[in-house]
Ligand binder design. Sequence first.
Ligand code: NAP
Length: 544
Amino acid sequence: MPGTDNNSRNQASRELDAVVIGAGFAGLCALYKFRDVMGMDVQVYETGDGVGGTWYWNRYPGARCDSESFYYCFSFDEDLAQEWEWTGKYPEQPEIERYLNHVADRFDLRRNIQLSTRVTHAKFDDATNRWEIRTEHGECVSARYLVTAVGCLSDANLPDIQGRDSFEGESYHTARWPKGGVDFTGKRVGLIGTGSTGIQATPVIAAAAEHLTVFQRTPNFTVPARHAAFAASDQVEIKKNYSQIFKRTRESPAGFPYFPIDRSTHDVSPEERDEILEGLWEEGGFKFLWGGFSDLLLDPAANEIASEFIRNKIRGIVKDPETAELLCPKCHAYGSKRPPIDTDYYTTFNRDNVSLVDIKTVPIESITPSGLRTADAEYELDVLVFATGFDAMTGSLLKIEIEGSGGQRLADTWAEGPRTFLGIQVAGFPNLFTITGPGSPSVLINMPVAIEQHVDWIADCIQHMNETGKSRVEATVTAQDEWVEHVAEVSQYSLMGRGNSWYVGANIPGKPRVVSPYTGGQPLYRERCEAVANAGYEGMQFGS
Ligand code: NAP
């Protein structure tokens, strides 16, 4: 059995204060807060054989964070922030994995983390107000609180393409990449998917493979990252300003230490507008979305101006006009799908060893033992890469058989789409807390900031229960209904819910179409969370 060195392995029926599922950013943060700050008895279970979550699994070529390193990290410990040295602007996967391992060691977190252990079942007992949690190895523990830290983008989506398993070459999903890497030398590689992942992987695979064929269903807008290594003076400047940087991440709409500019696209002349967009393109990164104009996600006409600006960049970069036009998104607005940022994506299509296949017009018919077949061609491949995304927001939660009060199943309760109160609690599922759950800003803001806010809020709620002698808490149906309605209403003002993306579950056949992340921005969301807590957890009911 894997992980037998872990201390809880032989204690089949431990009584714990909390079980945390997942040892990525969220699980590590929760363990630290609950154990070291609150003094709780906590056990973390993690499927992977290392800590890191997203940054453990996504080790595909080119995997790099799209948020800048110096604020894509924990703020809960000043010394941690001061001692860790980020090497550059956008850290690669190994660097973030190293950082999270450092956090696990620095705070001695590993002694309460059981690796290589998937939680399969969790059942709430109304008589004891405790959760009974079972793992794939048959262990069973009891905990007052069940805290999910399973990630929003962690349940890999391997599309059900006819003949998929018949392929005799190597095939990999980007989120289940082998630790030793993949040698593409002299190989014909096919890559399906042009989301953030495919866009990061394409240039790196192209540089190594004999030939790369990118199978594109929907073209995507991407803006250059403009990654750069930090100079020693950058490090000094960042560390000097850390308290201010972290404060700003908690106050800004997207959890970055920057505030969006308050200027409409229509406030300036076309020449000025182009100059601003050009400046943002040169600067690179997410700033293109919010650093120039405030209406790109609100006004389709404003959005179209930015969208056309990017299309013209593609037409300027990609030498073959037919390929350039294929790469130009025409059916969705910029930012209506999560915008990728890239390093050399479009220029990669100028390489002789790269070709683009439009599978929107001529869909994939099947995967064959030797490659892939579309309606009009056969592609012989040695390696097939699935950069096909995730069953986002709910996939990993629903993989666990969760039974709440009275035996109701979370999968049934959410059959028409997820329903939560603040994205943290679910009516009918007492003492369950979902870190960055659906209905919270989660993926729309800088994740470590979203995670720390949730962990602090949950800890305060538990503290409140300790002080008032309560052993059971759950959202009321009324408060949950109101929140779900508010999330849906706010989403109507944004273009984010209008693309066929994982934001709305459109990427998974049969999944209910619901805008899962809260699009109202961090300040409004935090204000609401604080108001609930300050009013004695209004909208939540307590029991003993
Ligand atoms: P994604 O955005 O969902 O993209 C999946 C791609 O696969 C899309 O191009 C999709 O086409 C295609 N696809 C899916 N099923 C298909 C099928 N059956 N046939 C053909 N094509 C298919 O997934 P992702 O690129 O892994 O990114 C997911 C999210 O992870 C990102 O949006 C981002 O939030 C996060 N991420 C972050 C980073 C970072 O910060 N560095 C990096 C990577 C990912 P359609 O568009 O037509 O559905």
